[in-house]
Design a protein around this ligand. Sequence first.
Ligand code: NAP
Length: 265
Amino acid sequence: MNAVSTPETTALDGPAAGKWQAVAIEGMRHWTPVLRSFRIPRPPGFRFVPGHYARLGLDDGTGKPVWRPFSMVSGPDDDFLEFVVVLVPGGEFSERLRSRQAGDEILVEKLSLGFLTLDQLAPGRDLWLLASGTGIGPFVSLLRDGRTWRSFERLVLAHSVRRGDDLAYREEIAALPGTRDGRLRYLPVVTRETLPGALNARLPQLFADGELQRAAGLEIDVARSRVMVCGNPELTREMRALLAARGFQPGRRGVPGQMAFEKYW
Ligand SMILES: NC(=O)c1ccc[n+]([C@@H]2O[C@H](COP(=O)([O-])OP(=O)(O)OC[C@H]3O[C@@H](n4cnc5c(N)ncnc54)[C@H](OP(=O)(O)O)[C@@H]3O)[C@@H](O)[C@H]2O)c1
C-alpha cells in the first residue's frame, strides 16, 4: 500500500522538469491525529474537472521529492486547491507531511487527470456517491460544482468511515442548501462504533440488503441511477460486481456508462 491514500491508476514517479512548481501550504485542518486537509494557492493556469487528481511532491532537502497523486477536494472555480490525506505510519510521503504546516513548501504538478468525472456517466435522474475514508475528497469537489447540481435531480452521498471523528466535511455537507432542501441525502456510515444517525455496516452489505436505498428513500436502478464509488479498492471491486449484476456498466472508450470508480492506494 502507498504511504497515503492515492488513486492507484497513477505512477508514483514525479512529473517531468518544468511540469511542476513549488507553493506554500496556506492552511492545514486536523480532523483527527492522522486525518487532515490542507490548501495551497491554485497555480495560474491550473484547471481541473471535479474527480481529477494531481501529483503532490515533498522534498526533505535531499533534492529527491516523494510524489503521490491526490484528488482535488476544492471546487473547480475556487482560487485554492484543497486535499484530504490520511497519514499512514512509516509511509514515505506521510512521514514527510506529518510535520508540515502552513507556510511550508509543497510541490504541485501543473496537470490534472482522472476518470471519476461526470462525463463518464450517461444522463440520469439520481447521482449516488459512495465513498470510504479519504475517498470523500473528489465527491466534496463535485458538490462544490454547480454543474453537478444542474445535472441531477437527486443526489445521495454515503461516506463510510471507521469512527465518527473520521467523518471529514460532515458539517459542511450538512450545511449545503441541497441537504437542507432535501435534494441531497447525506448518509454517514460508521463501522467500528455506534453513532446515532449513522448506518453501521459496510457499503456493499448495506446496498445488497437494501438498507442504503431505504435510508436514502430511493431505489438504485440502471434506468435512473448513476453511481460513483471512491476509496478502498476492495469496496470498489465489490460494488462494481454488485452493480454489474444489476446491469450497470462503466464508461468505455468515450461511451458514457452508469457507474464510475476510483480506487485508492
Ligand atoms: N483511519 C485511521 O484512523 C487510520 C489510522 C492509521 C492508519 N490508517 C491507515 O490508512 C488507510 C486508510 O484508512 P481509512 O480508515 O481511511 O480507510 P479504511 O480502512 O478503508 O476504512 C474506511 C471505511 O471503509 C470500510 N471498508 C474497509 N474495507 C472495506 C471493504 N472491503 N468493503 C467495504 N468497506 C470497507 C471500513 O469498514 P471497516 O471498519 O469494517 O473496516 C471503514 O468504514 C488504512 O490502510 C489504514 O490502515 C488509518
